[in-house]
Design a binder for this molecule. Structure first.
Ligand SMILES: [Zn+2]
Length: 309
């Protein structure tokens, strides 16, 4: 299904391929470890299964670097392209290496991508551990009768989890991060221009309630912030599940301090530079939306999208 994409944001197919491959390989890797545990001792409630899970999660961490290494050059090229579009509109010459010319910029991008990869892989690790814990609890309560002591159910559910995840999670990361790169390029390139004074949120058609809140100023017009300001600050808590060391999650600041869209996964909003008006009129700016550590309420369903469609 074609989606409304008014700003030509890329869908990030190369990112989707990289993630999809890693997730599918993880399905096989975990299955091998569980098969070994099953061979040693046939019960899914035994510690051998915990051991297998631990080994797998440790190996999973190692993919942070690989995924970051694959995503960063692609995102830098997307940022370069969108930044070049701003440069030509401002009458500057295009520069092929515009983005990567500044090592600090590349490092900042790489650090962001690393955060996102680590956070996502952690989430996958926790979700798999939760799945296994649920099936064990069901087995203990006598709710499972698959003739194999829960192994069949466990394998079926894990296969489904990885297959689904390879599809929707890969597509979600790809679109969200490709859009982050494109908007990053716009902001970073415009910030270098002398007569740039601020930025305006460009609302995607059919944008969700959260984006309406952040993307519109108090008067209902698109939110305009000064060059030095973010669009939204302190979105959601810094840490979730504080009391549970297994599920404790430090939220990457890129998700909380919004200098440009995406505001949330699948966000298709963008931004545009605001320049000194040629007629000498004054531009009125809005303050950033301050979320004060709360999530921004949103009732709209943010639908996953199949990139192969
Ligand atoms: Zn939105």
């Amino acid at each position: 299904m074609a989606e409304a994409n008014a700003f030509g944001l890329p869908n990030g197919q190369p990112i989707a391929s990289a993630w999809s491959r890693v997730i599918r390989n993880q399905k096989v890797a975990l299955r091998k470890l569980l098969d070994n545990a099953r061979f040693v001792n046939a019960s899914i409630v035994r510690s051998e299964v915990d051991g297998a899970l631990r080994v797998w999660r440790k190996d999973l961490d190692a993919f942070t670097d690989e995924l970051t290494g694959r995503m960063t050059p692609y995102m830098a090229s997307v940022a370069t392209r969108s930044g070049n579009a701003i440069r030509s509109r401002a009458g500057l010459r295009k520069a092929d290496d515009w983005f990567i010319r500044d090592p600090a910029r590349v490092q900042a991008l790489e650090a962001t991508v690393l955060d996102l990869c680590k956070d996502t892989l952690d989430t996958i690790g926790v979700e798999v551990a939760d799945k296994i814990a649920t099936i064990r609890a069901e087995l203990i309560r006598g709710e499972i009768d698959d003739g194999t002591g829960g192994w069949k159910d466990l394998y079926t559910q894990l296969d489904k989890y990885f297959d689904d995840s390879a599809k929707w999670r890969s597509a979600r990361i790809a679109r969200t991060e490709a859009s982050r790169a494109a908007n990053w390029g716009i902001r970073a390139s415009a910030e270098e221009l002398d007569d740039l004074i601020g930025f305006e949120w460009l609302m995607a058609p059919g944008a969700c309630e959260a984006c309406q809140r952040v993307g519109k100023g108090p008067g209902g017009n698109p939110r305009r912030v000064m060059k030095s300001d973010k669009f939204a600050t302190d979105v959601g808590p810094k840490i979730t599940n504080v009391d549970d060391p297994e599920r404790r999650r430090i939220i990457p600041e890129e998700y909380r301090q919004i200098a440009f869209p995406p505001l949330h996964p699948h966000c298709r909003c963008s931004l545009k530079p605001v320049f000194v008006p040629l007629n000498g009129s004054t531009v009125v700016f809005d303050r950033p939306y301050s979320a004060g550590g709360q999530y921004i309420p949103n009732t709209a369903e943010i639908a996953p999208l199949d990139l192969s469609a």
